[in-house]
Each structure stands twice: as structure tokens, then as C-alpha cells.
Write a protein that binds this ligand. Structure first.
Ligand SMILES: *Cc1c(COP(=O)(O)O)cnc(C)c1O
Length: 447
């Protein structure tokens, strides 16, 4: 085993703070840095940072003393610093910028609950975080204590989940669920645990990264009551991986909580194959599995963090095959306008014929896979799992095409546009002649 411990850092100015205070998450929260004066002696601010800190239109700035200690005080381009300290660049606009780029508000049946996918929903339980990421996709609401979710809104979210049996997976996010008062978090988890159709709960939290001391034995003992519980943290750069974070992850993992990591691809911070490779390798040493790598969303203030999509493809090219398979995240573009996460990766399938596929590996070795000539097609009529599959109206998507549920997916207005104002005639009126003839749909094939 690699005996090297991860580093542990404390800014000079905090050297005399007693261990007991430093390791108290309440002390960390109440000593967060947010004004120009606060940073004195901790980080040497640039003019651009000072200006941005004084600008009122930006969303809240807050940095825990622990996280601020990971920053090189003299390097304006420090990768940790750029994630949490605003600069003038945050004030500029760019083509494609949106307030709610994922159209989450439009997919919310009740405030704070986003139900986009058939079997799972995202529950925003607070707008508060331990520190604020400048590229936040929810910059429109986070940090604003007046915009946080009330008890009655959380109750309305829970009622929606109770009456929506197709939801089997609930993600708690925000804001950061782990900054909630422990009692409130426990109440929410208890309510979810009592809903019979909810099979798993996930928490998305950057608290272990901003404030690892929050991961106390008490917190882990509380969380372990709610298995199966999964937790995703958010680390973007190897400099965020410290001995304290490693210990927090060890406690969570020892409490039986599977850990994942979601990172955001950020220009000038982690847009490098070698930084990403070190990041994922350090994560798996802490028993954290890299889950998603997101393209930066088209949100206000995040323009200077954006990279081309191809940068993400290059990073996956540099990870897959080059390092442990379970250390490779899925690179996703969360579709602007609300389409959800769309995976993007290099092409490995080079060509194919009716009996062979041609594939290439990470080294450029090109191989062939001879396909079977006597494959017995899977018969949905005799498969119990096919018979009992949950029917999701309208969300079967491309799989629905494969399964013969429909022949095509058309843009809105497609049929009327192609009528070219022509009259309805029996030769064109009738859709039935295009009804699938044995393309896998049970009803069709028996007709
Ligand atoms: C990301 C997300 C989920 C979860 O997606 P997975 O791919 O299952 O991790 C669910 N709902 C919303 C709205 C999301 O943005």
C-alpha cells in the first residue's frame, strides 16, 4: 500500500487556533471569509478579486478557514482559489448564458423538487452551503437565506414523493443537505425512509470537501440508520484532497455509505488529462468512485470557466484504459433547456458488417469481434422482467423505438409542417399503414 499520507494544511494566520476549535465545524462555519477585510493575512487579493467582492450583484461568497488554507495566498491562478473567490470575470456575460440553464424550475411540480427522469427525483432541501462555488449551476438561488426552502415547502416535496410511486430514488441536494441542522436532516431522511416505493436515497454534498470536520461519528451514526444511502462528494482538483478529507471519507465509507465524486470541468483549473488522472487516482485511494465529470453549465458568471466539449472527450481518452476502469467517470453535458445528462465519449467502434465489428482500444490497437450467427433473439413474451417492467408513459425514449412502442420521435409540429397546407386525404391522413409490422411490439406482431 502507498503509505504516503495526503497533506494537511493550515494558513499561517490560523496556526494558533486551538485544535479543538479548528476541528469544530461550528467554528469553521462562523469564521467563514466573505469580505475584503476577512481575507487580510489569509490570501493576498488581486484588484479584480477585491472589486468582485465589493460588487453587490454577485451571489454570496463564503469560504471556510479550512478550505481557504488550501489556497496559495500569492497565486491568483491557484486552482482551489479560482473555484471560490470571485473575480471581475464573473460579472461578464456570454452567448448562450441563462439564469436556469437546466430549466429546473420548469421541471418542478412543487418548489424545490425536480422530477425530470421517470424513476428518480432531485430534492432541493436548502439554498445554503458551507462555501460557494463560483460556477454554481444554482447561483440563481444559492446563498440567499431568504430564498431557502421553508418547512412547508419541504413537506410539499415529501407529499409529492408519497403520491408518485414511480420514484424509487431520491437525491437530496441544494444548497448542501449536510449544512442543515442535524435534526432537520434526520427528519427528512426519516420521512423518505417511510415511503415504501423509495428504494434508495442519495445525498450530494461538498461539506466533506469544504469542512471535513463536519463528518463526525455522530453524523455517520445518524446516516447509517438510513441505508441504502449513497453519497456523492464534489472534488475538482487533487489540491483539495487532504488528510482531513481522507479521514472524513473513511468514516463515511466505514458507515457503509458508498461514495462517489462529481466534478465539473473548469478552464484553467482541471482541464488537463494529467490533473484529472491524479484526481481520480487519489479519489479511489479514499474509496470514492469518480461518477460524473460535467461540462460547465451555461449559467451567469461561469463563462470564464467554460471549456469546449472536446476537452472532456480528450480527458476520457486519457483515462479509459490508462487507469483503473472504476476510476473513469462518465463525462456528461447536462442539456441546456432541461434534457438531462447526456454522456459524451470518444468513439471506440470503428466499423461493422453483418457479422463483425471493428473496435479500437486506448492504444490504437484495432481488433475485430466476430458476432454469433445463431443468436436466438431475446423473447419479451417469455421474460418475466419484460412482462413486469414499469410502463412510463411518454418517457420510454429511444428504447421505446427499439422495443417497437413507436416508429419515430418527431419534433413538435413535424406532421403539420410536412402537410404543406395540403388537404387531408385518405392516402396521407391515416397513420395506421405505418404501424409497425413485427418490429418487436407484442401487440403489433400478434395482429
Ligand atoms: C442528475 C440528476 C438526477 C440523477 O441522475 P443520475 O444519472 O441518476 O445520477 C436526477 N434528477 C435530476 C433533475 C438531475 O439533474
Amino acid at each position: 500500500m502507498n503509505p504516503n499520507k495526503f497533506p494537511s494544511k493550515r494558513a499561517q494566520i490560523y496556526k494558533d487556533i486551538p485544535e479543538e476549535q479548528w476541528n469544530d465545524w461550528r467554528w469553521q462555519l462562523s469564521h467563514r471569509l466573505n469580505s475584503t477585510a476577512d481575507f487580510e493575512g489569509v490570501i493576498n487579493l488581486t484588484e479584480s478579486e477585491k472589486h468582485a467582492l465589493d460588487a453587490s450583484e454577485l451571489f454570496r461568497v463564503d469560504i471556510t478557514p479550512y478550505f481557504a488554507s488550501l489556497i496559495d495566498p500569492d497565486d491568483p491562478l491557484d486552482p482551489v482559489r479560482r473555484q471560490v473567490l470571485p473575480t471581475d470575470a464573473e460579472i461578464s456575460t456570454f452567448t448562450g448564458m441563462m439564469e436556469d440553464s437546466l430549466a429546473e424550475d420548469a421541471h418542478s411540480p412543487v418548489p424545490g423538487l425536480v422530477h425530470r427522469y421517470p424513476d428518480r427525483a432531485l430534492m432541493l432541501v436548502t439554498t445554503q452551503c458551507a462555501s460557494y462555488c463560483r460556477y454554481c449551476t444554482r447561483g440563481r438561488i444559492v446563498g440567499d437565506p431568504t430564498a431557502t426552502f421553508s418547512r412547508s415547502e419541504i413537506d410539499a416535496q415529501i407529499e409529492y414523493l408519497q403520491r408518485t410511486p414511480q420514484i424509487r430514488d431520491v437525491l437530496l441536494s441544494g444548497g448542501d443537505p449536510l449544512v442543515l441542522a442535524p435534526k432537520v436532516l434526520k427528519e427528512i431522511l426519516t420521512c423518505l425512509h417511510e415511503i415504501p416505493h423509495i428504494e434508495i436515497v442519495r445525498i450530494g454534498s461538498r461539506v466533506p470537501v469544504f469542512m471535513p470536520m463536519r463528518v463526525t461519528d455522530d453524523l455517520c451514526d445518524m446516516l447509517r440508520e438510513f441505508h441504502p444511502l449513497w453519497l456523492n462528494i464534489h472534488v475538482n482538483h487533487p489540491n483539495e484532497i487532504t488528510q482531513e478529507l481522507a479521514e472524513a471519507c473513511a468514516k463515511l465509507a466505514d458507515a457503509g455509505i458508498p461514495l462517489g465524486n462529481q466534478s465539473v470541468l473548469l478552464a484553467g483549473i482541471n482541464d488537463c488529462v494529467h490533473i484529472q488522472r491524479k484526481l481520480v487516482q487519489d479519489l479511489v485511494r479514499m474509496r470514492v468512485r469518480p461518477y460524473y465529470l460535467y461540462i460547465c453549465d451555461l449559467v451567469e458568471g461561469a463563462g470564464h470557466f467554460r471549456t469546449p466539449v472536446s476537452k472532456g472527450i480528450e480527458i476520457i481518452e486519457g483515462l479509459r484504459g490508462h487507469t483503473s476502469g472504476f476510476a473513469v467517470p462518465t463525462f456528461v453535458v447536462d442539456a441546456p433547456g432541461g434534457g438531462g445528462k447526456i454522456p459524451v465519449m470518444p468513439n471506440y467502434l470503428i466499423s461493422s458488417s453483418d457479422h463483425k465489428v471493428v473496435l479500437r482500444n486506448y492504444e490504437g490497437f484495432i481488433s475485430t469481434y466476430e458476432e454469433p450467427q445463431d443468436y436466438h433473439v431475446h423473447d419479451p413474451n417469455t421474460c418475466n422482467f419484460c412482462q413486469s417492467k414499469r410502463q412510463e408513459k411518454g418517457q420510454s425514449g429511444v428504447l421505446g423505438l427499439l422495443e417497437g412502442e413507436s416508429m419515430d420521435i418527431k419534433p413538435e409540429g413535424y406532421d403539420s409542417m410536412h402537410m404543406r397546407e395540403g388537404e387531408a386525404h385518405r392516402l396521407r391522413a391515416d397513420n395506421h399503414k405505418w404501424k409497425a409490422l413485427g418490429i418487436g411490439n407484442k401487440e403489433d406482431s400478434s395482429e
